[in-house]
Design a protein around this ligand. Structure first.
Ligand code: PRX
Length: 635
């Protein structure tokens, strides 16, 4: 018998040991007993981190949607699969049962086929958090098309870059979206983006806000009439274990966003197994993850993980602040949510508004609280624990990444004793190590460890779409024979991990991963700008905010700096999206550089963080004289 549901700390240790001592036997049992396969594997795992190449369940055949939908129909057909809570608090929630979801996915899959989408084709999904988003994801998986969901807060430029990078044939969008009291013209953004995307020959448009939009003849199609005419069953496409399931873009230190490619069998097994255990999901629970399906958290823990377990998963269209900051607690009470999973930035934003709006609601259904996306500070942890969990619901601080596909370091609720700001222990099968800068393994209680993983796990990304060399360079070259996460961490005397933050030029703002390079590129497009550098600085709600140092081509005294700041932020909004806007912009006469001309961000980061007294030796800089000027004018 496999250990699919871990129920005590002792059991965690036993299962963990088993998963490390004999990973193949362990994962084989989990896969065999809890999933539906069309053909069994001939090899559980083959791997070589030097290439790098990793294959799980080779030879197996399956379809992930058969596991998420069909196999539940006989036992859970009338159970709610997706509980959709709309933006408008007065509109009724929609309960979509497994039977209905199956039918809607099948119809959607048939529409995709009728528009020429075949196994292996890429389909870009740019939708708000409405049921069609989850349904289109599953419809792609059903016919073997590779979905690439782009968060519907990204700009037209960001969308077109992602569409072109994976050569998507189709875009699925809606006329618009609701965001609190505002509406957003999504279709207009898609139209702008597609001016630069010659490979897209079809756009499916869901009606959400009933706005008057342009439909391009021959290319754009309203979704609903097509669905109405589609047949309500669709045979699954049989997929090989390592066939692509989806691409999801994430920011890197430099260059283009990276299209992380996840494959079918390993991703399904790991997202399902982690979901069951990290949230202690029981059959009649109502589970809610507040993320957007545009991020990996939504892929693994709104769609695939929960549905593979036959769970009820809440999808919320709106924002935490509408109609007021009590909305989350209103939803928890209304739907009797048992597991609640959110980001530290949301907790901090809600905590700022006090406890009055919390106390108005009955939160007694809550059993497990989760956080993800960035380190949680101690104050936010205690606020969450006391006011939301009433000191009874364990907090699972889950560390993982787009690249890892599933949760990697986390407490198991009701088993692992929690410790504020610590993600605690590796999940089953995960072998983390801390390395120093020189490639030496570190012990406990040492600062500045670089977090690496030394053994493959089933849901790891297999490559960067179209650029395997970059995959190797980014993740497998810093340390020999290891996956390097890009995060710093320490481990305490009992083996608990604390993630301290990124050690590269990625900055996590409100839980969103932002690379500095694309933001700098956007700023540098401004005709008045000579060069720029972005760093992060601590922010009490967002975790980090962005500080931009901008050198102008002509620093004439009478420049309108406030106007320039607005124009720069507008450029960033246009090129990336509002999430990447800068909180502070300082105009400088030059940026500190090494003799080889590289901008010394370390120095700029210290100044932005008010730590200019800790700059260390700057005499080897090419231009040490600019540093004083930057310190004196710091904002
Ligand atoms: O720096 C870590 C941080 O978020 C990064 C991954 O971001 P992304 O790929 O967008 O995925 C976010 C959701 C899984 C990590 O490299 N991060 C994520 N979770 C935590 C975290 N930092 C500290 N504690 C966490 N629990």
């Amino acid at each position: 018998m496999s250990n699919y549901h871990i129920k005590s700390f002792e059991e965690y240790f036993q299962v963990y040991r088993k998963s490390i001592e004999n990973p193949e036997v362990f994962w084989e049992e989990i896969a065999e007993e809890h999933f539906t396969w069309r053909k069994k594997w001939h090899n559980v795992l083959s791997w070589d981190f030097t290439k790098p190449e990793v294959k799980w369940f080779e030879g197996a055949q399956l379809n992930v949607t058969e596991n998420c939908l069909d196999r539940h129909l006989s036992t859970r057909g009338d159970k709610t699969a997706i509980l959709f809570e709309p933006n408008d608090p007065n509109a009724s929630a929609e309960h979509i049962t497994y039977k209905q979801l199956h039918e809607r996915v099948c119809k959607f899959a048939n529409v995709l086929k009728s528009k020429g989408i075949q196994k292996g084709d890429r389909v870009c999904i740019y939708l708000p958090m409405i049921p069609e988003l989850a349904i289109s994801v599953l419809a792609c998986a059903r016919i073997g098309a590779v979905h690439s969901v782009v968060f519907a807060g990204f700009s037209a430029t960001a969308l077109s870059t992602r569409v072109n990078d994976c050569d998507a044939k189709m875009v699925i969008t809606s006329d618009g979206s609701y965001r609190g009291a505002k509406t957003i013209d999504l279709k207009g953004i898609v139209d702008d983006a597609l001016e630069d995307c010659p490979g897209v020959d079809a756009v499916l448009v869901a009606k959400r806000i009933n706005s008057d939009i342009n439909m391009k003849t021959g290319r754009d199609h309203w979704l609903q009439p097509l669905l109405d005419d589609a047949y309500g069953d669709c045979v699954i496409e049989i997929m090989d274990a390592e066939d692509p399931l989806f691409i999801l873009y994430t920011s890197g230190s430099t260059g283009m966003p990276k299209g992380m490619l996840h494959t079918s069998a390993g991703y399904m097994v790991y997202s399902a197994y982690t979901f069951k255990n990290v949230f202690d999901y029981r059959e009649n629970d109502v589970y809610w993850c507040t993320a957007d399906i545009g991020w990996i958290t939504g892929h693994s823990y709104i769609v695939y993980g929960p549905l593979a377990n036959g769970a009820t998963t809440v999808m919320f269209e709106g924002v935490p602040s509408y109609p007021d900051f009590g909305r989350f607690w209103d939803i928890v009470e209304k739907h009797k949510v048992n597991q609640f999973y959110t980001a530290p930035t949301a907790i901090r934003a809600l905590a700022k508004h006090g406890t009055e709006l919390v106390e108005k609601h009955d939160l007694s259904s809550l059993k497990v609280l989760g956080t993800v996306g960035e380190p949680i500070n101690e104050e936010a942890w205690h606020w969450y624990n006391e006011n939301i969990g009433k000191k009874k619901s364990p907090i699972v601080d889950t560390w993982w990444q787009t690249e890892t596909g599933g949760i990697m370091i986390t407490p198991i609720p009701f088993s692992t004793p929690t410790k504020p700001t610590y993600a605690t222990l590796p999940f089953i099968g995960i072998q983390p190590v801390l390395m120093d800068e020189n490639g030496k393994e570190l012990g406990d209680n040492q600062v500045d460890g670089r977090l690496c993983i030394k053994y493959p796990w089933p849901s790891m990304a297999r490559t960067i779409w179209g650029n395997h060399q970059r995959y190797k360079d980014t993740y497998f070259s810093a340390f020999e024979n290891m996956y390097f996460t890009g995060d710093g961490a320490l481990r305490d005397e009992v083996g608990y991990y604390r993630i301290t933050g990124r050690v590269d030029d990625v900055i996590i703002v409100s839980g969103h991963n932002l690379g500095t390079a694309p933001i700098e590129d956007a700023i540098n497009e401004h005709q008045a700008v000579a060069e720029s550098a972005i760093v992060g600085f601590p922010h009490d709600v967002k975790g980090n905010a962005l500080y931009g140092y901008v050198t102008l081509k002509d620093s004439g005294e009478n420049r309108d700096h406030d106007n320039l700041r607005k124009e720069i932020n507008q450029l960033i909004t246009d090129r990336i999206g509002p999430i990447a806007k800068l909180d502070k912009i300082q105009f400088t006469n030059g940026l500190p550089k090494t003799r080889s001309g590289k901008i010394m961000r370390r120095i700029l980061r210290k100044i932005a963080c008010n730590e200019a007294d800790q700059l260390g030796d700057i005499s080897t800089l090419l231009n040490p004289e600019v540093v004083d000027e930057i310190i004196n004018n710091a904002i």
